[in-house]
Design a binder for this molecule. Structure first.
Ligand code: HMG
Ligand code: MG
Length: 300
């Protein structure tokens, strides 16, 4: 029997993952309008921005301004922070949900955060305890959970062990990522089944990049493994600047379309989602490639 839950949660990562790799600086007011239109489309959980070094990722240099204007009580507004300095910057805002991020692959973590995986863990695990004592929602984003652009295939045991460290530290959510979009559905099913069994007390979210056009198949496979939360990006924007060859995230509108066709609720209004993508479209240096957008937007 297919596992088709009544409802799936969509975590919109467009304003963060979607824009971080965009080479033209998107004006802060446009980002704010994009965030507002995504909320208007029914998104209830969203990554707004990241508190990373503006030298490394200039696009996220306006994080404090974004957070100052984009918080609301109807949405879980999440910001990324990779280290102590990032968390200190979060403490200066009213945002109450933080995502830390660490790569299973040591080489990737070094390129992304300038530290080994062990060094990153040593820094962020105590910070997670501190965040939890202050009642923050904490999400751990686990990069290169399937393949690494530098180290190749990643061992499932290593992913489970790293996730275990975060669960023990008290995170509320694990978001497990196919950073370069190389997983195949049987690998998605296998890893997410094991994660679901091992860590049933935390929210488990799947994050697929669509480099090889397998994101929807991987999402369907994860759904069969019992996952009901997916990170997606409006318009399929996205990619990590330090993961060569990574394409955008699974497009929110394509994922929502597939789920709605199977009778699964998401709370997302597809017509309004098109409006959000049309708003950001002219500020993006590459075309919007999602199928739903191509078939339904008046601007194509
Ligand atoms: P570093 O150069 O090693 O940092 O960078 P440092 O600790 O040596 O400090 C150097 C300078 O940076 C200092 O300033 C610090 O204050 C400053 P200076 O004294 O030179 O003026 N600094 C910061 N400034 C602002 N915010 C901070 C911060 N930390 C230090 N948080 C660092 C280390 C982590 C900062 C850098 O490597 C960095 O910013 N990396 C970010 C990488 C990134 O954003 N990647 C994309 C997000 S992850 C992702 O996309 C994957 C995901 O989608 C899942 C998936 O698909 O896999 C989540
Ligand atoms: Mg990503």
């Amino acid at each position: 029997m297919l596992q088709l839950p009544e409802k799936v949660e969509i975590i919109e990562v467009g304003p963060r993952d979607g824009l971080q790799n965009e080479k033209n600086f998107v004006p802060t007011d446009v980002k704010k309008a994009f965030i507002s239109s995504l909320k208007d489309a029914g998104v209830k959980e969203m990554e707004l921005t990241s508190f990373v070094s503006p030298k490394w990722v200039p696009q996220m240099g306006d994080a404090a301004e974004i957070v100052a204007d984009c918080l609301d009580s109807n949405t879980r507004n999440i910001v990324l922070a990779p280290n102590k300095k990032g968390i200190e910057r979060v403490y200066m805002t009213d945002c109450k949900a933080v995502a830390v991020f660490v790569g299973v692959s040591n080489t990737f973590n070094q390129r992304n955060i300038n530290k080994s995986t062990a060094e990153s863990l040593a820094e962020v695990l105590p910070l997670i305890a501190e965040l939890k004592s202050k009642d923050y929602f904490v999400r751990a984003c686990i990069s290169t959970a399937f393949y690494c652009p530098y180290e190749g295939k990643i061992d499932e045991g290593e992913v489970l062990a790293l996730c275990g460290e975060f669960v023990e530290a008290g995170v509320d959510e694990l978001s497990v990522a196919d950073t370069i979009g190389m997983a195949a559905p049987h690998e998605s099913y296998s890893l997410f089944s094991k994660l679901k069994d091992a860590y049933s007390d935390v929210l488990l979210t799947a994050h697929f990049h669509d480099t090889r056009k397998l994101a929807l198949s991987n999402i369907f496979a994860a759904l069969q493994a019992g996952v009901t939360r997916f990170d997606t990006s409006a318009g399929g924007l996205g990619g990590c600047p330090f993961a060569p060859g990574a394409a955008g995230n699974a497009a929110t509108e394509d994922v929502v379309y597939m789920l709605h066709r199977m009778g699964i609720e998401t709370g997302v209004d597809l017509e309004k989602m098109l409006k959000a993508i049309e708003l950001i479209q002219s500020h993006i240096s590459r075309p919007i490639e999602s199928t739903y957008f191509k078939l339904n937007s008046v601007t194509v």
